[in-house]
Write a protein that binds this ligand. Structure first.
Ligand code: BGC
Length: 747
């Protein structure tokens, strides 16, 4: 036994059943219970993760009355668009330091739910429509935070992809889609980043609440993935306390209700006491991990964190469009007008439990005025979406008088939040009116967008430049000014696809469900996996983002290694200024027995290059990069055959490709009497055995051609059924063949 286990065991031995059960629910809204006489302290958790949200001392339980000031970094929607896991690590470290300074032991994040629909009200808290992108970014953040001695809580486990009816909805998803899309980021993170806690979600999965789901919390999370931390419920997610404990939920948050039900269940012999011991033991381990032998906690350097927030923000914005080098703006090349209330009143984070009380907020207008003090400004619209003809007229006039316009548009707070979903992707009508009027007065318009989830872009052809700046945290204003004037070079990339129309989104017909069920009918074809497979036109593809410089790709080599491969190539900055490229590696399974997306992201690297500089990049793919989840075999499978490695600047801008042959995982299909003849003939033992058999009963060497005509029909027929067509192959003989093949499988 390790020292920690010994210590826990001796503490637990001294506790009554009631005290042990007590450890598995919160002391209050944010704290665990102490064990006074054993010197086990209470620890406090706090929301995040783009900044700390520690409720004020003496404030209300929910923290609605405010929280301690903290640096507000870009929320996940922005951070993810940087495609820079190292930057995410630095943000995690900064948030971790602020948490340590406030005696917070666990920060409740990051959220890694997949952006299934652009309408999800919490998309601003999530990373991507792709599990690989989400996993690598979140891993960076978690490693950074946990290196400070603070635990992370990866959430919301699992399949929490909408806010509508979030406390009751059942996400009805097939097992392959669960594994490949909705659990994949969690799996990677558990194995690579070892978060100290996992937060179970509010919703049901296929009819069972996540917090009461033994398959999810114990069989998959612990037994398969090896998670050894604490599973904490989302706040108020537990409905049946006994079922939750039995499923593997260690800490029910927030308040200590339901303990008596658990005690009664143990006393009635309905719940083994060993399960309580296990959960209590994990809580003690969490307390020890976040209080003993911690790295030193350094004083917070607020200026350094502000500077980091600015640096991060500049990497998050995505330059969607830049015709005729509209950007960067040269102040000397004519007059510029700034239009749009969001330039003056920035929207820099989302609403709900993650809302941070920022230490300082920079708005773009003030930052731009540091460059051009007398730059004219008109608000154009109100953030409450009300019409104001005077404001509209003023914006039109200002636009007409200037040589160039920078127009700030976006989603006001009321449009997106935790707790509800949007019903459409449009910008507010009042803002679209301003856009139309401004463009009519002056077509030289750069649109700067602020939004936490996708907005539709039916207007994109009317303007020459679009900078999608998401929600950029408290230092976003300065970052936007730096990007507009070219002091920073845009290097953000899309982490989701912008469809031409909401109706094109694959979840469209099944979002947000009805009667407390939402069917994930699009299965694995989420985001670009759908758009690219069907080659449907989109506004901007996954991975897209422009720069003020250009990049060239060359020299692709793919070296196979075990079941994976090392993909190497060179990226060159061929333009006239320094910049960063996000090189993306996609894998295409050229032929497979199950339907697969045309390609899937399996790795990426962000590289910073001086003008003219080249860098050789190697991205290692493991066996999972080639696998699919086999529902039939209930395991990950790689089928032998050709795979195309695709390297490029977006899912639709692939610059280099190479086909490699994978020898497969060697797993042989288990045959039975209902296996079709084609499956039999492909089997290493069943194939020759059946060929011999067919030769014997028909007397011909090649009884039929499985590729055409009647032979093809037979190939698709279960062996047991062909006895009627091929005399001699009666059911008893088929069963003998099955026994023969299975015997050889076992040997
Ligand atoms: C949210 C969580 C959050 C928790 C505590 C819940 O409503 O879903 O993300 O961590 O509240 O504030």
């Amino acid at each position: 036994m390790l020292m920690a286990e010994l210590a826990n065991a001796s503490i637990l031995a001294e506790l009554t059943l009631e005290e042990k059960v007590g450890l598995t629910s919160g002391l209050d809204f944010w704290r665990t219970k102490p064990v006074e006489n054993q010197k086990v302290p209470s620890i406090q958790v706090s929301d995040g993760p783009h900044g700390l949200r520690k409720p004020l001392e003496g404030g209300d339980a929910l923290g609605l009355s405010g929280s301690v000031p903290a640096t507000c970094f870009p929320p996940a929607v922005g951070l993810a668009a940087s495609w820079n896991p190292e930057l995410a690590r630095r943000v995690g470290a900064a948030v971790g330091q602020e948490a340590r300074a406030q005696a917070i032991s666990v920060v409740l994040g990051p959220g890694v739910n997949i952006k299934r629909s652009p309408l999800c009200g919490r998309n601003f808290e999530y990373f991507s429509e792709d599990p690989c992108q989400s996993a690598l970014m979140a891993t960076g953040w978690i490693k950074g935070a946990q290196a400070q001695g603070v635990g992370a809580s990866v959430k919301h486990f699992a399949v929490n992809n909408q806010e509508t009816d979030r406390l009751r909805i059942s996400a009805d998803v097939d097992d392959r889609t669960l594994r490949e899309i909705y659990l994949a980021a969690f799996e990677y993170i558990i194995k690579e980043a070892a978060p100290l806690t996992v937060m179970s979600s509010y919703n049901k999965i296929n009819g069972t609440y996540a917090s009461e789901n033994h398959w999810l919390l114990t069989e998959v999370l612990r037994d398969e993935w090896g998670f050894d931390g604490v599973v904490v419920s989302d706040w108020g997610a537990v409905n049946d306390r006994v079922a939750a404990v039995a499923a593997g939920l260690d800490l029910k948050m927030p308040a200590p209700t339901g303990d008596e039900d658990v005690v009664a269940a143990v006393k009635a012999g309905l719940l083994p006491e060993a399960i309580i011991d296990q959960a209590a033991d994990r809580i003690l381990t969490l307390v020890a991990r976040t209080t003993n032998n911690l790295p030193p906690s350094n004083p917070i350097d607020a200026d350094a964190h502000q500077q980091l927030a600015r640096e991060v923000a500049a990497e998050c914005a995505v330059l969607l469009k830049n015709e005729a080098n509209t950007l960067p703006l040269d102040p000397a090349a004519g007059s510029i007008a700034i239009i749009g209330e969001l330039a003056r009143t920035p929207r820099y984070q989302g609403a709900g439990s993650s809302k941070v009380n920022p230490t300082a907020v920079e708005d773009a207008l003030t930052a731009i005025r540091a460059d051009i003090p007398d730059i004219p400004f008109a608000p154009g619209y109100n953030l409450d979406d009300s019409q104001d003809p005077q404001m509209l007229a003023q914006a039109r006039e200002l636009a007409g008088d200037a040589d160039r316009v920078v127009l700030f548009l976006g989603l006001p707070d009321s449009h997106e939040s935790e707790g509800f979903d949007r019903s459409d992707m449009s910008l507010p009508a009042v803002q679209l009116q301003v856009l139309k009027a401004v463009v009519a007065a002056n077509p030289n318009v750069t649109v700067v967008l602020s939004n936490g989830s996708l907005v539709s872009m039916e207007w994109r052809d009317t303007v020459p430049a679009i900078l999608e700046s998401w929600l950029l945290g408290q230092a976003g204003g300065q970052a936007i000014a730096d990007l507009l004037f070219g002091r920073s070079n845009p290097s953000g990339r899309m982490t989701e696809t912008i469809p031409l129309d909401l109706k094109d989104n694959p979840s469209y017909l099944n979002f947000p469900g009805e009667h407390q069920h939402v069917l994930y009918g699009e299965r694995i074809f989420v985001g670009y996996r759908f758009y690219d497979t069907t080659a449907i036109p989109v506004a901007y593809p996954f991975g897209h983002g422009l720069s003020y410089t250009d990049f060239m790709y060359s020299g692709l080599t793919v070296e196979k290694r075990d079941q994976g491969a090392d993909v190497s190539f060179t990226v060159t900055n061929s333009g006239d200024r320094a910049g960063a490229e996000v090189a993306q590696v996609y894998v295409r399974d050229i032929e497979c027995s199950v339907s697969r997306p045309i390609h899937e992201l399996k790795g990426f690297a962000k590289t910073f290059l001086e003008k003219g500089e080249s860098q050789r990049i190697t991205i290692s793919l493991d066996e999972r990069a080639f696998s699919f989840w086999s529902t039939q075999d209930q395991q990950w499978r790689i089928e032998a055959g050709d795979f195309e490695i695709r390297v490029g600047a977006s899912s639709r801008d692939l610059r280099l490709t190479q086909v490699i042959t994978h020898e497969g995982d060697g797993v042989v299909q288990v045959l039975n009497a209902m296996s079709v003849v084609g499956e039999w003939l492909e089997h290493p033992v069943g194939g020759p055995a059946l060929s011999d058999e067919l030769k014997a009963v028909t007397g011909t060497e090649t009884p039929f051609d499985t590729k055409s005509g009647i032979g093809r029909m037979i190939a698709g027929t279960p062996l047991i059924k062909i006895g009627g067509f091929i005399p001699g192959l009666d059911p008893s003989r088929v069963n003998e063949l099955v026994a023969l093949v299975n015997k050889s499988d076992q040997e």
